[in-house]
Design a protein around this ligand. Structure first.
Ligand code: AMP
Ligand code: MG
Length: 331
């Protein structure tokens, strides 16, 4: 595995000697860890079924769970997906950014069935993180990229997290520092004319509903290939080694504490370790720190991580979605 350290503040970062090698690795069907504004992605050429199969193998990811393809622009996205007026409105409002749109796949799209899990729809995103856009643009390939972690475990927001989890499976890790948003993209499906929230994420429901002028519906049955078998039975995901308890009112000296805001819960000062997601109670800051907080507390070897109440509006919806999955019964 080779490392390419990118300093995005330098205007000529794209001219680094590593850039052609990373593009060549992607074109050859190899795996590269690439940062975006959400989390670090495990990227491969989405048009190459064998390359996409390597993603599933490296992550241990179930193959019925389709991948998001990253493209440099809306114009590129329209080669692969059919955008109706509402889908266009969302793309224009939020791209580049942490929004994924699931739309009907075009007949001419070369995106592989391995990436879409054989569905008639395709998940597309133009990320704000410039490295993924640059690589997709320079290679001329849509890049399939789920989070660069073992399936079911905590998502990576720093290059070192990726190296710890998946280093051996990768040709390159591109390090551009910590991810700004820190939580995965919001996924909206617009397949049957009605916009549906398939996964809360880095753009809040409220912002999307404002742009649409209508409410988002819930996912229709069968629309979320990774959905739980029965309502209320959340699939375990984003899981640390420790068990997780949500909405904790108190904490003991054996527990780790994931806190939020200025309020102190009972026993907080005696916790084995504490990580405050945002001492001022800012939900965007909490989202950006969530996975790093879970990783830090897990390293304390506490058996239980207790999590303070976090409100569910704005980015709190995505934070609570991730926390509920992290706390769900493990397989
Ligand atoms: P991630 O695990 O962050 O890579 O996100 C991928 C998720 O996108 C999957 O778990 C699905 O929920 C969703 N997804 C991707 N493609 C589709 C699709 N064609 N239809 C519905 N959901 C999709
Ligand atoms: Mg993931």
């Amino acid at each position: 595995m080779q490392l390419w350290t990118v300093n995005l503040k330098k205007p000529d970062w794209q001219d680094a000697p590593e850039a052609p090698d990373v593009c060549a690795a992607l074109t050859a069907g190899e795996l590269v860890a690439v940062p975006t504004e959400t989390v670090y992605g495990l990227a491969a050429d989405a048009t190459n079924g064998v390359a996409c199969a390597k993603i599933f193998e490296a992550k241990g990811r179930p193959q019925f769970n389709p991948l998001i393809s990253h493209v440099p622009s809306l114009e590129d996205a329209r080669l692969h997906g059919r955008f109706d007026a509402l889908a266009l409105r969302l793309a224009e409002a939020f791209w580049p950014g942490p929004l994924t749109l699931v739309v009907p796949k075009t007949e001419g799209s070369p995106i592989s069935d391995m990436a879409t899990a054989g569905l008639m729809t395709v998940a597309l995103r133009v990320p704000a993180g410039p490295v993924m856009r640059f690589l997709a643009d320079r290679t001329g390939k849509p890049l399939a990229a789920p989070s660069a972690n073992l399936s079911g475990r905590i998502s990576p927001t720093r290059a070192q997290d990726v190296i710890d989890d998946l280093g051996e499976a990768l040709s390159f890790v591109v390090d551009a520092g910590p991810c700004r948003v820190g939580i995965e993209s919001t996924i909206v499906g617009i397949v049957d004319g009605s916009p549906r929230l398939l996964r809360p994420g880095g753009i809040s429901r409220e912002e999307i509903e404002d742009a649409l002028g209508t409410s988002l519906l819930a996912a229709a049955p069968g629309m979320r290939p990774d959905a739980p078998a029965a309502p209320g039975m959340l699939a375990s995901h984003y899981a640390p080694n420790a068990s997780m308890v949500l909405n904790a009112r108190e904490v003991t000296q054996d527990d780790a504490l994931l806190s939020f805001g200025p309020e102190r819960i009972q026993g907080a000062e005696h916790a084995r370790m504490e990580f405050n997601l945002s001492p001022e109670g800012d939900l965007a800051e909490a989202a950006a720190n969530l996975f790093q907080g879970m990783r830090t507390l897990d390293a304390s070897m506490a058996r239980t991580i207790r999590v303070q109440f976090i409100p569910s509006f704005g980015l709190g919806e995505a934070i609570n979605d991730r926390l509920k999955r992290a706390a769900a019964p493990r397989p």
